[in-house]
Write a protein that binds this ligand. Structure first.
Ligand SMILES: NC(=O)c1ccc[n+]([C@@H]2O[C@H](COP(=O)([O-])OP(=O)(O)OC[C@H]3O[C@@H](n4cnc5c(N)ncnc54)[C@H](OP(=O)(O)O)[C@@H]3O)[C@@H](O)[C@H]2O)c1
Length: 249
């Protein structure tokens, strides 16, 4: 399916995987609404996209822990572009917060961003999709949503939830005879700021956890996201598990 001219919202576009997905979509002529909290990062990305000759994206600074902010992203996007075809539910975070010693606030933040905001965004996107044509929701899950990694903690629980939400939503859309599709992608270790956030910038722990083999880069994940989104209308790629060839599990 040719994506040129379609309209997409990408959450968590200020860094890592979201930024790479935004660049790939822009290169294919997708009109973008990019959102995250860090405005300066969004502006820099918007500048890169425009300088490559693609249409300037709409940038919406928003905190996904605030339900009103999520609503505003979709309102502003509809006002700018007049519709919606794709939602990339990419924003997410992990915190080192095991079950025996984790902080309630860390669990709450992961739950609010990785699970609740993703769910609200699914509902808002479905309301914005064309009733006859439908649209495509792509949730970014994780290998941590398929098996429990050592130190996975509450983060893994939120990604198992993303998997459940994706499958429940697929069934719901089918029951409703909706033309819309929902997919997910489940990356293994990717070099992004995710790990700085997880260890709160503790360089020693970050270095300790960095695999000694070549890991995935954000653009590797973005290439698979494109594959999912470009599938013909009648094809629903449900999940793509992607990890370094050398990753243990
Ligand atoms: N890196 C990995 O190894 C890996 C593996 C599997 C899955 N994933 C998943 O991939 C997705 C992207 O992560 P990444 O690796 O690219 O990490 P990243 O570079 O840290 O990006 C995370 C993105 O989420 C946004 N975000 C976090 N909290 C937010 C909030 N409250 N409101 C709005 N936006 C928020 C961040 O933007 P602001 O800080 O500017 O708000 C940022 O753009 C996540 O869902 C993550 O769980 C990552």
């Amino acid at each position: 399916m040719n994506l040129a001219g379609s309209i997409a919202v990408v959450t968590g576009a200020s860094s890592g995987i979201g930024e790479a997905i935004a660049l790939e979509l822009a290169a294919r002529g997708v009109r973008l609404t990019l959102t995250a909290r860090r405005e300066d990062r969004l502006e820099a990305l918007g500048g890169r996209i425009s300088s490559r000759g693609a249409e300037a994206p709409l940038l919406v600074a928003a905190d996904l822990r605030e339900a009103e902010d999520i609503g505003r992203i979709f309102e502003e996007s509809r006002a700018r572009w007049g519709g919606l075809d794709i939602l990339v539910n990419n924003a997410g975070l992990g915190r080192k917060a095991g079950f025996h010693d984790g902080a309630t606030e860390d669990w709450r933040e992961m739950l609010e961003v990785n699970v609740l905001a993703l769910t609200v965004a699914c509902r808002e996107a479905l309301a914005s999709f064309d009733k006859d044509r439908g649209g495509h929701i792509l949730n970014v899950s994780s290998m941590a949503g398929h098996r429990i990694p050592p130190r996975g903690g509450f983060y893994a629980a939120t990604k198992f939830a993303v998997r459940a939400i994706t499958e429940c939503l697929r069934q719901e859309l089918r029951t409703l005879r909706s033309p819309s599709r929902v997919s997910e992608i489940s990356p293994g270790f990717v070099t992004t700021e995710f790990h700085d956030v997880f260890y709160r910038g503790d360089a020693e722990q970050i270095a300790e956890r960095l695999p000694d083999y070549r890991v995935l880069e954000p653009r590797d994940v973005a290439a698979s996201v494109l594959h999912i989104l470009e599938a013909p209308d009648h094809v629903a790629i449900h999940d793509v598990l992607i990890r370094s060839n050398e990753q243990e599990s």
